[in-house]
Design a protein. Structure first.
Length: 171
């Protein structure tokens, strides 16, 4: 027959080891980070699993991008970095709860899906329709004309010759 004290001692040891593994997993998940670089090397980001930006750096190609394109590239690269960080949660938890367990299915159901946009190639530059070479030269060298300004209204003309406090010529 098995000694009940030995069973309890073994159970306590396994429970303590499991608690230690759980604390280690908790610490690893709390410190998860993800990093990604855009395909053209213009943007490199590092984010937490929650998506908080930890670092951002720009490569030489970033100088050539319009601001709106650079902003979109920062956002898409940050999303890819976050997806990488979140993807590590299952890897961290697998030794503790098993790859295909109900607990793992629960963990995976609690991780929100991250919509990772594809990196789009640079948007095409707008083309202007040109009929002849003279228009081509004018289109490339002259800025578009500014709209004409309305003349300012002169408020002083209403009170030029009249006093505000005297009744002149009737009210």
């Amino acid at each position: 027959m098995t000694d009940p004290n030995q069973l309890i001692e073994d159970y306590e040891q396994r429970t303590a080891a499991l608690l230690e593994q759980a604390e280690e997993a908790k610490s690893q998940i709390a410190n998860l980070t993800g990093a990604a670089t855009s395909q053209d090397g213009a943007v490199t980001v590092s984010v937490s699993a929650g998506g908080a930006l930890l670092s951002l750096s720009f490569g030489a190609k970033a100088d050539d991008l319009p601001k709106d394109r650079l902003a979109a590239l920062v956002m898409s690269t940050a999303k890819r970095a976050q997806a990488q960080a979140v993807g590590q949660i299952a890897t961290i938890m697998a030794p503790l709860i098993g790859d295909n367990s109900e607990a793992m299915q629960f963990v995976q159901s609690q991780i929100p899906p991250i919509d990772v946009p594809d990196e789009d190639p640079a948007p095409p530059t707008p083309q202007q329709f040109v009929v002849n070479e003279e228009q081509q030269d004018a289109a490339t060298t002259q800025p578009p004309p500014r709209p004409a300004r309305r003349p300012a209204e002169d408020d002083d003309t209403d009170y030029d010759q009249r006093s505000l406090f005297k009744k002149e010529g009737g009210w």
